[in-house]
Design a protein around this ligand. Structure first.
Ligand code: PLP
Length: 417
């Protein structure tokens, strides 16, 4: 269970709205800090633990800066994400570049920043060498294939996923890299996504430790870096339970002590590259109810759309919704809460029991802090909203302004018409 609360009152949010009109995303800085501190603290037993924030979740430099303050690095997979790191001052092995299908310019940029390069495929060794020297550190991405019992609906079954290499290819990649002068080796995988069962994540760690031991036995190479990927889930539904980091950590520690320490790999860096759980629960999409209509169903029209939050429309994902000022009113109405796209899937809630909503009510859509603003698109000419950072003292900083139609048309030259 988790209680879905909002970090502001109706009065406070209306005051914020008087300065920054809806829709907008607002992130709770204090809650982001406290959560990531708990994650890092849970792994304090490890000689070297690093969380790399998956930038794609919330690619905002101010959020990245808050996380950097807390000792968090960045997981990148594109040029834009690397440039954001550069702007925020995140460099070296505080960046892991976990990309796939990557043009060389992006490897070049990652190398310039000193990032840890995570190879998605064995052919990338040749591809990189054609353009320049290999770095001293190489991490390789493992795809265990059908070994794993099941994936889930975002990443899919590992054997259906485009990422990573087979075990044979991992061994071969290590051999090739060693022969070409690579000095330090890492292992990476990501086989679960939005996982709320700590056992799924603990078993991922176990699988990786076992692979490291096999590599030591077969190749005599001591792996120095293991990355379990992202995938810690968000309890989007009130009846779900968030992952307890202490349970997760204790499960991983058990296998670390059993497999890594006796094999001389007790001082390596272990890491996660979580995005969703780092910011997801601490961001809110704030929107105003602007229309209501009764046909075969009852609809509440908002001033937001899939441009601001795609997950309900794209995945049918549940996002909790609070009607400000009516937190304790009976949920005795059933609504579809919609956005304005000409796509019937543009709904934030379907058949949702809610208090009676009237035009002008402020609706807060929960758990929109990851894959919310960042996934937004401009289909139908809809504009992405502003992002605000709510500080501990209740003040607010706008950390990205809302798009304007001029932004939308910036790539058009009307003068040539
Ligand atoms: C998306 C992604 C992540 C982050 O996943 P979350 O579900 O946000 O934790 C980490 N690593 C890679 C390679 C990814 O593609």
């Amino acid at each position: 269970m988790n209680k879905k609360t909002v970090p502001f009152t109706e009065e406070q949010i209306r005051k914020i709205i008087s300065q920054y009109p809806t829709p907008f995303h607002i992130y709770d800085e204090q809650a982001i800090r406290e959560n990531v501190r708990k994650l890092i603290e849970a792994f304090s037993w490890a000689a070297d633990f690093k969380e790399y924030f998956a930038v794609k979740a919330t690619p905002n430099p101010y959020i990245m800066k808050v996380l950097k303050d807390e000792g968090v690095g960045s997981d990148c997979s594109s040029m834009a994400e690397l440039i954001l790191c550069e702007k925020v001052g995140i460099t070296g092995h505080d960046i892991i570049f976990s990309s796939n299908d990557t043009p060389y310019e992006e490897y070049k940029k990652a190398l310039e920043l000193g990032a840890m390069i995570n190879l998605d495929d064995i052919t990338v060794i040749d591809y990189m060498e054609k353009h320049g020297p290999l770095p001293e550190w190489i991490c390789v991405r493992y795809n265990p294939g059908p070994l794993l019992k099941s994936g889930n609906d975002i990443i899919g079954m590992p054997e259906e996923a485009k990422y990573g290499m087979t075990k044979e290819q991992i061994f071969e990649a290590y051999r090739i890299c060693r022969s070409k002068g690579v000095k330090h080796f890492g292992l990476h995988t990501m086989v679960v996504s939005n996982e709320l069962d700590p056992n799924g994540l603990i078993n991922t760690a176990k699988m990786m430790f076992e692979l490291a031991v096999e590599i030591k036995t077969e190749l005599g190479i001591l792996v120095e870096f293991i990355d379990f990927g992202g995938g810690i889930g968000v309890a989007y539904k009130p009846e779900q339970t968030p992952v307890d980091y202490t349970i997760l950590s204790a499960g991983i520690k058990k296998y670390f002590e059993k497999l890594m320490i006796p094999n001389g790999m007790g001082d390596i860096r272990i890491s996660f590259e979580c995005g969703r759980v780092i910011t997801g629960p601490f961001g809110y999409l704030v929107t105003t109810a602007i229309h209501h209509k009764n046909i075969w169903k009852q609809y509440i029209g908002t001033d937001a759309s899939m441009a601001n939050l795609m997950r309900p429309g794209m995945y049918g994902a549940y996002h909790h919704l609070t009607v400000m000022g009516k937190e304790n009113a009976p949920a005795d109405h059933v609504y579809d809460v919609t956005g304005s796209l000409c796509e019937n899937c543009d709904k934030f809630a379907v058949d949702r029991n809610l208090p009676q909503i009237v035009d002008g009510d402020i609706l807060v859509i929960h758990d929109a802090g990851a894959h919310g603003h960042s996934m937004g698109f401009n289909y139908n000419g809809k504009l992405r909203s502003a992002e605000l950072l709510l500080h501990e003292d209740g003040t607010v900083t706008q950390i990205r302004r809302a798009e304007t139609v001029n932004d939308l048309f910036a790539t058009l030259d009307f003068s040539a018409l």
